[in-house]
Design a protein around this ligand. Structure first.
Ligand SMILES: Cc1cc2nc3c(=O)[nH]c(=O)nc-3n(C[C@H](O)[C@H](O)[C@H](O)COP(=O)(O)O)c2cc1C
Ligand code: SF4
Length: 442
C-alpha cells in the first residue's frame, strides 16, 4: 500500500505558501543550497528517479551530462505542455501543489549550474498558469528559489510543443517544430550565438521535478522504499475511457494495471469487457491478458508496450478497433509538422487507407496500405512522433487482424466513432473528463 508521505499529489490543494511551509515545504531547497552540485546529482542518480514525461530516462544521468558540459551557460526547462492524449497528471500536480514543482526546478537548476529556468505550458492552461504565477511570486518573496530566475512561457496547442527540441524553439520565439535529431537539448540548449558554446539545457517533466524536493529532504533510501528496483517511487496515472471512475491516481510503481483499472477506476460498466488499453498514443496496444503486468518502465516494455507518461485509455468490447486506429493515426498525421517528408507522407497514407476502410471502400490492399504508411513514416525523423505512430498502428492491425479483414468487406456502417481522449479538464467529484475538440477530428 502507498504510504501517505510518499505521495506527491496531495488530497487537497495546497492553498498558499504558508500551508506549504507548515507541511515541511521549502526545506529541500535550503538543504540543497548547502550541498555541492555533485552531491545533489549523486543523490538523484542513486535514487533511481526516471523521467515521467514518457521515455523513463534516468534523471541523474541527464543532469550530470549538462552539469559536466564545459560550456559556462546552461538552462533548465520544465516541460508542462502535457499534450499526450489520455494524460492529465501534470496539470493536476500544478493545480494541487505548484510550490513543490518550483522547488524541484530551483534545485535542478542549481545542481546543473543553470542561471535561468523556463516552464513551458500551453496557452489554454489558464488555471495552471494562474496557480504557478502566484506560487512563483510567493516563492521568490520567501527567497526559496536560490539565485534562479524562472520564467513561464505559454506556447501553442500543438502536440509537438511537448517534444523537447520543439519546446526549446518555442522558448526562443519560434514554432513548435523539433530541431535536428543530432541536437538534443543536452547538446544544444537555448540562445546560442557562438557555434563553440551550445548552452546545453535539461528538459524535465512536471512530475519528475515534483519528486525532487522529497528525495533531497528524505533521502534516497526513503524514496526507494516503494516502487520497484528499476522504477522506484510512485507514478501518477491518468485513467480514462470506458471505466466507471476515470481520474488521476497515484500508485507505487509495481502496482498492476488490474489494480489501477479495477481498484482505483472501479472497473468497467455492467456486462462490458476490456478489449484494448492504450498508454497515450505512443505505444503498442495492451490486451486484457496482460492486466497483471506491473506498472514500471521495464516491465511494461517487456510485454511489448510502454508506460509512456502513465495515461491509460481503456476501451471496452463495443469499441471498433478500425475507428480507434483511425482516430490515433489521424491525430498523429495532423500533428506531424512536415519537416521530415516520410513522417507526414507515411502517417497520411495510413490515415487515408483507414478512412477508406471505414467508408467501406477498402480491400486487402487497403490494410496493406495502412501498414506500409506506418512502416515508412520513421525515416530521417527528427523526433519520435512517427515511431509512436508505427508502434500503435502496427500493433492494432496485428492484434485485431480479423476485425480489419471484416471491415475491408463491409466498412464501418454500424460502428461508433472513437473520440480522441485529449483531456481538457477533470471534474474530480463526478469523475468526468472533458476532452478538447482539438483540430484533429476533421
Ligand atoms: C511528440 C512528442 C510529444 C511529447 N510531449 C510531451 C509532453 O507533453 N510532456 C512531457 O513531459 N514530455 C513530452 N514528450 C517527451 C519530451 O520530449 C521529453 O522526453 C521529456 O520532457 C523529458 O522529461 P523527463 O526526462 O522528465 O521525462 C514528448 C515527446 C514527443 C516525441
Ligand atoms: S518526425 Fe514528423 S513530427 Fe517529428 S519533426 Fe519530423 S515531420 Fe515533424
Amino acid at each position: 500500500m502507498l504510504l501517505p508521505d510518499h505521495k506527491i499529489l496531495p488530497e487537497n490543494p495546497v492553498e498558499n505558501i504558508e500551508s506549504y511551509l507548515n507541511a515541511g515545504g521549502g526545506k529541500a531547497i535550503i538543504k540543497a543550497l548547502t550541498m555541492s552540485r555533485e552531491q545533489i546529482i549523486s543523490e538523484i542518480t542513486r535514487s533511481g528517479l526516471r523521467g515521467r514525461g514518457g521515455a523513463g530516462f534516468p534523471t541523474g544521468l541527464k543532469w550530470a551530462t549538462v552539469a559536466h558540459d564545459p560550456c559556462s551557460v546552461k538552462y533548465f526547462v520544465c516541460n508542462a505542455a502535457e499534450g499526450e492524449p489520455g494524460t492529465f497528471k501534470d496539470r493536476m500536480l500544478i493545480r494541487m501543489n505548484p510550490y513543490q514543482l518550483l522547488e524541484g526546478i530551483a534545485i535542478g537548476a542549481y545542481a546543473v549550474g543553470a542561471q535561468n529556468a523556463y516552464i513551458v505550458m500551453k496557452t489554454s492552461f489558464e488555471k495552471e498558469y494562474t496557480a504557478l504565477s502566484l506560487a512563483l511570486d510567493a516563492m521568490a518573496e520567501h527567497h526559496l528559489l536560490g539565485e534562479i530566475s524562472i520564467v513561464i512561457t505559454r506556447g501553442p496547442e500543438d502536440y509537438l510543443l511537448g517534444e523537447e527540441k520543439a519546446m526549446l524553439e518555442v522558448i526562443e520565439g519560434g514554432l513548435a517544430m523539433p530541431r535536428e535529431a543530432e541536437y538534443p537539448p543536452y547538446v544544444k540548449g537555448l540562445f546560442v550565438t557562438n557555434p563553440w558554446e551550445l548552452n546545453p539545457a535539461v528538459v524535465n517533466n512536471v512530475e519528475t521535478l515534483s519528486n525532487i524536493p522529497n528525495i533531497i529532504t528524505r533521502g534516497t533510501e526513503w524514496f526507494r522504499r516503494i516502487g520497484t528496483t528499476d522504477s522506484p517511487g510512485t507514478m501518477i496515472f491518468t485513467l480514462s475511457g470506458n471505466v466507471r471512475k476515470p481520474g488521476v491516481y497515484e500508485l507505487p510503481m509495481g502496482s498492476t494495471l488490474r489494480e489501477l483499472i479495477f481498484d482505483c477506476g472501479g472497473g468497467l460498466f455492467p456486462k462490458k469487457k476490456i478489449k484494448a488499453i492504450f498508454s497515450g498514443v505512443s505505444n503498442a496496444v495492451i490486451l486484457p491478458y496482460s492486466l497483471d503486468v506491473q506498472l514500471g518502465f521495464d516491465t511494461v516494455r517487456a510485454i511489448g508496450s510502454g508506460l509512456g507518461s502513465g495515461g491509460f485509455v481503456v476501451f471496452d468490447d463495443t469499441t471498433c478497433m478500425v475507428q480507434a486506429a483511425y482516430t490515433f493515426s489521424n491525430f498523429l498525421w495532423m500533428e506531424s509538422c512536415n519537416q521530415c517528408s516520410a513522417c507526414k507522407r507515411g502517417t497520411d497514407i495510413s490515415t487515408i487507407n483507414l478512412r477508406k476502410l471505414i467508408n467501406g471502400e477498402g480491400g486487402p490492399e487497403t490494410i496493406e496500405g495502412i501498414r506500409q504508411g506506418a512502416v515508412l513514416a520513421p525515416q530521417g525523423n527528427r523526433c519520435f512522433l512517427p515511431v509512436e505512430h508505427q508502434q500503435i498502428i502496427l500493433s492494432i492491425i496485428r492484434e485485431f487482424a480479423e476485425e480489419f479483414t471484416l471491415h475491408s468487406e463491409r466498412g464501418c456502417e454500424t460502428c461508433h466513432k472513437v473520440v480522441l481522449p485529449k483531456i481538457f479538464d477533470l471534474d474530480t467529484h463526478n469523475h468526468l473528463f472533458t476532452y478538447s475538440e482539438g483540430r484533429s477530428q476533421p
